[in-house]
Design a protein around this ligand. Structure first.
Ligand code: NAD
Length: 260
């Protein structure tokens, strides 16, 4: 159903973004991957998507802290594929520290990658979407767009910001058949999360199950991780015609975390 559409997914060299890019490609969209990593692994992911789903796949190394590189990524995709119909602002990083010790440069970097990059990408992609009277903007927010946790000031501020930016975009774009929504996952099983488990087991003298239930999933009533494929399925649904009246929504997928 997404054949002849083009999607940019920022931060799609791993984790949630890669799963969303694969999901959109499986639905027929040409995709632009973006993010950092080992060149051979990125090329493997790019070529794998192109051959598995018979779509065109391109990689952009644009740094989401650099507004000019973000605009160039969108321009390049439009030249290469003709349109940018789907924009998934997903790149994100975390840093954990008390406010009084939080390094100023980490604050700036998180606001730039997790919030401002979405603004600049939208600014570049919206004119084409309006012209064609079709568009889907999906921002990967977080349960932290709705509730806070201590020591994550920049992340929580950026994610609350992205929720507000999404609502504003939804209102501006509603007359143009362009929707803007956030997906707000709880804890998602990514290599990043998995890698923390052995260290936490050692540091706290806990079993793997205790680390998962009592540390990582403390806030998540289902005591189960969200999977990247579940997030991707929601993103693909938000691109469908069935979702054309969903706009300005903050769709949680958090095992009940924010219901508490
Ligand atoms: P990840 O670390 O696996 O992926 C992050 C991606 O962003 C990578 O592709 C990385 O290269 C890219 N990236 C980082 N800095 C960049 C920059 N300056 N320019 C371009 N790309 C950059 O993490 P993930 O868990 O897949 O997270 C993806 C998104 O999902 C983030 O916005 C994150 O906040 C959000 N999220 C994750 C979870 C979770 O539990 N994993 C939960 C809620 C929300």
């Amino acid at each position: 159903p997404l054949t002849s559409k083009t999607a940019i997914v920022t931060g799609s060299t791993s984790g949630i973004g890669l799963a969303i890019a694969r999901g959109l490609a499986q639905a027929g969209a040409d995709v632009v991957l973006n993010g950092f990593g080992k060149p051979e692994e990125i090329e493997q992911a790019r070529a794998g998507i192109a051959s598995a789903f018979g779509v065109r796949a391109h990689y952009s190394d644009a740094d989401m802290t650099k507004p000019d590189q973000i605009a160039a990524m969108v321009r390049d995709a439009e030249e290469r594929f003709g349109t940018v119909d789907i924009l998934v602002n997903n790149a994100g990083i975390q840093f954990v520290s008390a406010i009084e010790e939080f390094p100023g440069e980490k604050w700036e970097q998180i606001i730039a990658i997790n919030l401002s990059s979405a603004f600049y990408a939208m600014q570049a992609a919206i004119p084409g979407m309006k012209r064609r009277e079709w568009g889907r903007i999906i921002n990967t927010a977080s349960a932290h767009s709705l509730v806070a946790s201590p020591y994550k000031s920049a992340y929580v501020a950026a994610k609350h910001g992205i929720a507000g930016l999404t609502k504003t975009a939804a209102l501006e774009l509603a007359p143009h058949k362009v929707t803007a929504n956030c997906i707000s996952p709880g804890y998602v099983w990514t290599p990043l999360v998995e890698a923390q488990i052995p260290d936490t087991m050692k540091a706290r003298g806990l079993t793997k199950e205790q680390v998962i239930d009592d540390v990582l999933l403390k806030a998540q009533p289902t005591k189960a991780f969200v999977t990247v494929d579940q997030v991707a399925a929601l993103a693909v649904f938000l691109c469908s015609d069935a979702a054309s009246q969903i706009t300005g929504a903050n769709m949680t997928m958090d095992g009940g975390w924010t219901a508490q």
